[in-house]
Structures are given as C-alpha cells and as structure tokens.
Design a protein around this ligand. Structure first.
Ligand code: SAH
Length: 346
C-alpha cells in the first residue's frame, strides 16, 4: 500500500494536499484496503443494512440552466411534465406497500411548487404515512421557504454542493448561480434542523484533482448527514454533451474515503454509478455505501426525467423491481431493510 493510504487508515483524516496526492497515486491495492475498512466502519455503525428511498421525480421543469443537466431550461428537446398532489400521493401509497419508509421528492426548480403547494403535499404525506420520512431535493430556496417546508413535516434535504471550488462552480453553472448561495442554502438547512445531504459529481468537465481534494475536505469539515457522489455522465442536448464521463472506479474509491473520514454518513450507491457500470450499485455498497434510491415515479414520466443519457429507471432501479434489487444487495453480504434509515448522530 502507498504511504498516504496507510496514513488515512490510521488517522481517518488527511490534509487537502495529501488527498490530492492520494487521488493521483493510489493503487488497486489501496482501493481494496480502503473499501474493506469502509465496509467494516459502516457495519460497525449501521450493521450490514442498506436503506432504500423511494425517489419521486415530481417535475422536470426548471428555471435554471446548469450546463451538465439534461432538464436545464434551454433544452428544447426535453418533454416537460409535473406531477400533481394526487399523483405524488399515489406514488407514496405504492411505495409504502413495497416497503419504502422514505420518500424523496426531487425535481427541477419549478415555480409551480410554491411553499403553499409543497406544504400541502408534505403535510398530506406525513398525515397518511406518519412512520415515513420525507426528503426534499428541490434546489435553492430562501431560508423562510426551507423553514416553512420543515414545519410542514419535511425531515431531510438533498442539495449537492456540486464542487467546493468556486471557480470550478462557475464553469458548471451560469453566472446567476454561485457556490456562495449553494453554501448559504446548506447552512440554512442545517440551522433549521434538517438532515442535510451534500455531494458532487466525479469527472465533471474541467474538474481537477485539486477540486476533488477540496470536495473531500468540505465533506470532512461540514460533515453532511448524507453525501451523494456519482460519476458525471454527458447528456447529448447540453453544452457538456461532448465531454467524457467520470470514472466508476474513482467514484467507488471516493465513497470509501468518505466513509472512512465521516463514519456515520448515509452514502448512496447512486443511479449514475449503476448506469455506467452493470454492477455499479453492488460495487458502491462494497465500497462503503449503505443507501439505494430506486425510482418510484409514475412509469409514464420516467424517461422524461433524463438528467443524463441512458439514465436507468427500470430493472433494479425501479421500485417495482425491489425483489431484483434485494437479490443484488444480498450478493454483497448486505441486506435491504424496511426502515426510515435516519442518520446516526454520534
Ligand atoms: N434541482 C435539484 C435536483 C437536481 S438533480 C437541485 O438543484 O438539487 C440531482 C443531481 O443530479 C444534481 O445535484 C447533479 O449532481 C446530478 N446530475 C445532474 N446532471 C448530471 C449529469 N449529467 N451527470 C451526472 N449527474 C448529474
């Protein structure tokens, strides 16, 4: 093993410079050893359980124009949809029957979903399924809005920071979007009392090893309750359609690093990882992940929520095929459980 991998196993923490070197020089042996340690730590804290979240993609209408994202405002070839209150509740009903105890409402920044509309939906879900957690992933909103949604019953919020380097952030987003505001949102969410998720893409355009080291340091310092990490995958109708996608191996390596430096984090094996590698979810779990988020959206809209090319939404990615997912997870030695799967606070 390399010296820095040994140091990480021992100290559970490195400096930004050391992460840079580790990421540029790690060996297959390092990746194996870190993955084993990551799984040991996960099992010690959470047991060998994998938590499932039913992902409901409530709208692909978005006011933003992120250069990487297939549902960006300028993509005229994207067929737009939004789900109604009733449709969202029907997804939850079906999900509950299938054993889901967390519903994730994700979407573009769609002005239709005012605080009033969302509070009505959230309160209704919590009323009908009081033993379930509601997670939101609806982008940047004001403090007051996040507070209203929390008071209506939302438990968690996913908002990837995307990159912890502000110059890199501005290469991925139009000028109207800043890392500063993204961080303001993450801090607001934490102050209000949400379980908060951050995260980033691996191999996004213009990303350097220094940027990745910064991302790891941000996770080390901010200690989000959840951390979504997936490979960047180009979408043909975006400005980044011609760029290379990110690497599955590096994504898995970073999952292990994050589990080691932040043991209690809830770490999904993402759909993007499953999309670029046939057994991506399994590899993610074997690298220390403990969450999977199958798709619970109505089948009529699934193909329309196309963040990147070939995004999976059937097979083990589909909530309805939970049996297939259970078998795949079992092949890693882990077990899917019917549980809210809240973060364990140290
Ligand atoms: N509007 C919400 C939800 C965005 S979609 C928000 O701003 O948080 C969820 C995540 O998908 C994004 O945070 C981004 O990291 C990821 N994503 C978007 N386009 C992608 C692409 N081309 N490849 C890989 N991941 C992508």
């Amino acid at each position: 093993m390399t010296e820095l991998a040994i140091k990480l196993l021992k100290d559970k923490k490195l400096s930004q410079n050391e992460y840079e070197t580790l990421i540029s020089t790690y060996t297959a042996e390092d990746a194996d050893s870190l993955a084993k340690e990551a799984c040991r730590i996960r099992d010690e804290i959470y047991g060998n359980y994998v938590f499932i979240r039913g992902l409901i993609e409530i709208s692909n209408i978005c006011r933003n124009d992120c250069y990487y994202c297939g549902i960006r405002k300028s993509n005229k070839d994207c067929i737009r949809y939004r789900l109604t209150h009733k449709e969202i509740l029907e997804c939850c009903e079906e999900g509950y029957e299938l054993g889901f105890r967390t519903f994730v409402l994700q979407g573009g920044e769609d002005g239709y979903y005012t605080d009033d509309v969302l509070c009505g939906i959230i309160a209704d879900i919590k009323f009908r399924f009081p033993d379930c957690a509601v997670t939101l992933s609806l982008g940047e909103r004001s403090y007051e809005s996040y507070l209203a949604l929390f008071n209506a019953g939302a438990d968690r919020y996913l908002l990837r920071h995307e990159t912890a380097d502000s110059a890199h952030y501005s290469l991925l987003h139009p000028q109207s979007l800043t890392l500063e505001n993204r961080m303001r949102c993450l801090n607001d969410l934490r102050d209000i009392g949400y379980q908060v998720g951050a995260g980033f893409m691996v191999g996004s355009p213009y990303q350097t090893v220094e940027h990745l080291a910064k991302d790891i340091c941000f996770i080390q310092d901010f200690k989000p309750d959840m951390c979504g990490i997936g490979p960047f995958i180009p979408h043909k109708d975006t400005p980044f359609g011609v760029f290379q996608g990110g690497s599955a191996a590096l994504t898995c390596f970073l999952l292990s690093v994050i589990r080691i430096i932040h043991p209690s984090v809830l770490l999904p094996a993402t759909t993007a990882l499953g999309t670029i590698m046939e057994d991506g979810r399994e590899k993610g779990i074997l690298s220390g992940a403990n969450v999977v988020m199958p798709n619970l959206s109505p089948s009529s809209v699934r193909k329309k929520y196309q963040l990147y090319d070939n995004k999976l939404s059937d097979g083990a990615e589909s909530a309805q095929c939970i049996q297939q997912l259970k078998e795949r997870v079992a092949s890693t030695g882990c077990k899917i459980v019917v549980d809210r799967g809240d973060v364990k606070k140290g």
